[in-house]
Design a binder for this molecule. Structure first.
Ligand SMILES: NC(=O)c1ccc[n+]([C@@H]2O[C@H](COP(=O)([O-])OP(=O)(O)OC[C@H]3O[C@@H](n4cnc5c(N)ncnc54)[C@H](O)[C@@H]3O)[C@@H](O)[C@H]2O)c1
Length: 319
């Protein structure tokens, strides 16, 4: 019997898929502290991983481990160097984790361009009539320019939605050919700064790497238009939070939408929590009924496919 650790609860659909498979004996691990993971994980052949950090100190004790199946596509919470050295496969939910995030980016863009909950509040407060003659800062998306930073799975879903809103779409991704971006109806920028200067909306869908860490700092924000908004649903750390807060306070740009934070959950004294020019969500871009169910099933199916020798190559992270 193969032992599978389900690290951090996921949707029951995926758990059932593993539990109902006669090959596996499964255990859900909810305590994500390092102490608990060090003591619990050494006996397992496979791990599904949602939240929780799996570093080399934990991994070097897992002598039987053959595969980690991430519930998601980012893998900055796993020591990939250790996996590579020890020939442990890393799998991601490549097919189910882009539609909801792309919709979430649109939700943030629309919330910022239409005043977040301003109208809803106004109706509830009895300001239905008086609001008519107010000066509104809301704006149309039609004819606005968006820069998609990172033209992967999410970027490619996002462009379709933006074109539906009649936006002009630019993309910055040094690893994607100009022709691919053009085939989706976008224009490639070879240089990030050129894109930042031109765009009304900047949306990040890049992995967190040495290269993307602190990609957007105050000097970059200062290049943007005064009416610009930044959306970050990628990973905290790609946008420098202190710099973003300062830029919003000084009205260097119009607003921001953040789904991800340098520290999650953010500390209570994080000034962004009080900043009215930023729209926040709790790393929730995948939190739809469909996405959570489908991701859990894909996470489980990847484990099954691995042990059945039937893996789809798109699920395997090249490390
Ligand atoms: N907020 C959420 O809940 C949530 C959900 C899904 C994914 N994510 C994050 O979004 C990221 C993107 O997801 P995806 O499925 O589109 O990944 P992906 O791997 O399909 O695409 C990422 C793209 O970023 C590009 N890239 C890498 N380094 C870059 C750089 N320095 N500059 C510009 N582009 C660069 C890559 O070439 C690739 O095309 C994930 O890595 C994950 O961290 C967050």
């Amino acid at each position: 019997m193969l032992k599978i650790a389900i690290v951090d609860k996921m949707h029951q659909d995926g758990i059932n898929l593993l539990k109902n498979n006669p090959k596996f004996e499964c255990e859900v691990i909810d305590d994500l502290s390092k102490k608990n993971l060090i003591s619990k994980l050494p006996n397992f052949d496979g791990i599904t991983l949602r939240r929780g950090k799996i570093d080399s100190e934990i991994l070097e004790r897992c002598k039987k481990l053959k595969v980690i199946s991430r519930h998601g596509v980012g893998f900055d919470n796993v020591d990939v160097k250790f996996l590579k050295k020890n020939n442990i496969k890393l799998l991601v939910t490549a097919t189910t984790t882009s539609t909801s995030p792309a919709e979430h980016i649109m939700f943030m863009i629309l919330s910022l361009s239409k005043g977040i909950s301003f109208f809803d509040d106004a109706v509830r407060k009895g300001q239905f009539g008086s609001i008519m003659h107010m000066k509104h800062s809301n704006f149309e998306l039609s004819n606005k320019k968006i820069l998609i930073v990172g033209f992967g799975r999410i970027g490619r879903k996002l462009i379709k939605r933006c074109l539906g809103f009649e936006m002009q779409v630019f993309a910055y991704d040094p690893y994607v050919d100009k022709k691919v971006i053009e085939s989706f109806g976008g224009i490639k920028f070879e240089n990030l700064n050129d894109g930042l200067k031109e765009a009304d909306i900047i949306s990040l869908s890049v992995p967190l790497t040495k290269e993307t860490n602190n990609m957007i700092t105050l000097d970059k924000i200062k290049m943007m238009k005064k009416n610009a908004i930044i959306i970050n649903t990628s990973r905290g750390g790609t946008v420098n939070e202190k710099d973003l807060n300062e830029a919003l306070d000084k009205k260097i740009i119009f607003g921001a939408g953040l789904d991800v934070f340098e520290k999650e959950p953010p500390e209570n004294d994080n000034p962004l929590l009080k900043n009215k020019r930023v729209f926040l969500s709790p790393h929730a871009a995948t939190f739809t009924q469909e996405c959570l169910s489908n991701m859990s099933i894909e996470t489980a199916q990847n484990i099954i496919n691995f042990f059945d020798n039937k893996l789809d190559k798109n699920s395997i992270v090249k490390i």
